[in-house]
Design a protein around this ligand. Structure first.
Ligand code: SF4
Length: 359
């Protein structure tokens, strides 16, 4: 009987968890999207409209201009590793190789780097390995899952192993595709791969129409996971195979990986007037005004607010102030005032807004 290790939020694995996933679980992996371009057209591709098909470069939620910004983002979250993704990063091989080189140089050899790709080019795999890549995760198209041994992936995994990389498959668990998934796992077993990552199939803003057309549904009201995906993954984990299998649920990605990652960043970017919640978000008092400097001067003087508990955000045309102070003074203000909850990410995604004073 295979030993199964349960992880939070329904995830689990047999054998050994890939190193890339260990750091990801700790929230210590920076997500580096080197391009939104990809030459495959998987119907379940979850990539957002902002990224899909576009030549964009993101480190976590931050759009970056180059590797200097990438290093800055890595420092802000105390990254212990980086997951290079896309689109397909091997379509932007120069940017990928530059990133690996600089990340290893700045953060050291132990900074673990894994890369996701659907490409099998020898030359590109060799270049990434030479730059210092640690782990490669191949994502073959669904049409090939049942015959991977006869595909270019058989050669690509052999080469990757020869180059000293940890090698795995990254597959979405599509209900109704159990036999193809079993074939892919058998291939991984025979090719002595280091792991197979099985991801819960998920609805996203870009794939929901395709998934609905195929009659897929969400498994419950609070999850983006597809009904039947988790059940199939559990059956697959029980397969008699020696290749380590890892099932990663949609809830784990959001509730554990993302939450821990943003918590690491939050601790480093927190300002004295921001309150860090247990979810890793910030509570901030905001006062909306076009005249930031005179408004700030007025508030500092009238309410004797300590200077470090107030700040300006001209881009968003607002003053930011400790929420506990704003609650006390909002009634006496002539400007709209709110308590907002935001992610500590570069895009500062707003989660909630509570009005204290409307115009
Ligand atoms: S290979 Fe990956 S990035 Fe490319 S279309 Fe398929 S799921 Fe999307």
């Amino acid at each position: 009987m295979k030993r199964m290790v349960r992880m939070p939020k329904g995830s689990s694995y047999s054998g050994r968890l890939p190193r890339g996933c260990v750091l990801c679980e700790q929230g210590a992996k920076m997500v580096l999207l080197v391009t939104g371009r990809c030459d495959k057209e998987c119907f379940y591709c979850p990539l957002s409209n902002e990224k899909r098909g576009k030549d964009v470069f993101f480190a976590n939620e931050r759009r970056v201009a180059g590797v200097t910004d990438v290093i800055d983002e890595g420092r802000l979250m105390d990254a212990l590793g980086t997951g290079i993704t896309g689109g397909d990063p091997l379509l932007e091989i120069d940017r990928t190789v530059d990133s690996i080189n600089v990340l290893k140089k700045v953060f050291g050899k132990s900074h673990h780097i894994h890369l996701y790709t659907a490409q099998t080019s020898n030359r590109k795999i060799e270049r990434a390995a030479k730059a210092g890549l640690d782990e490669i995760r191949f994502h073959p198209s669904l049409a090939l899952w049942a015959r991977l041994d006869k595909s270019s992936y058989a050669r690509a995994v052999r080469l990757s192993k020869k180059l000293g990389l940890d090698v795995g498959l990254e597959l979405p668990v599509i209900p109704g595709r159990g036999s193809e998934l079993v074939s892919a796992i058998r291939f991984a077993d025979e090719a002595e791969l280091d792991f197979v990552n099985l991801n819960e199939l998920e609805f996203s803003e870009t794939n929901w129409r395709a998934l609905r057309t195929l009659k897929f549904d969400v498994k419950d009201d609070v999850s983006s996971g597809v009904e039947g995906s988790e059940r199939l993954a559990r059956d697959l984990l029980r397969l008699d195979s020696s290749v380590p299998l890892h099932y990663c649920s949609a809830a784990f990605k959001d509730g554990v990986q993302l939450r821990r990652r943003i918590m690491r960043r939050a601790k480093n970017v927190k300002k004295p007037y921001e309150v860090l919640t247990k979810d890793g978000t910030f509570l901030i008092g905001i006062i909306e005004t076009k005249d930031i400097a005179p408004t700030a001067a007025h508030i500092l003087k009238r309410f004797s607010v300590p200077g470090e508990l107030i700040g300006s955000n001209p881009k968003r045309m607002r003053l930011e102030i400790a929420p506990w102070i704003l609650e006390d003074i909002a009634d006496e203000l002539e400007w709209p005032a709110y308590i907002v909850e935001e992610y500590p990410t570069a895009d500062r995604l707003e989660v909630e807004r509570i009005p204290l004073k409307r115009r």
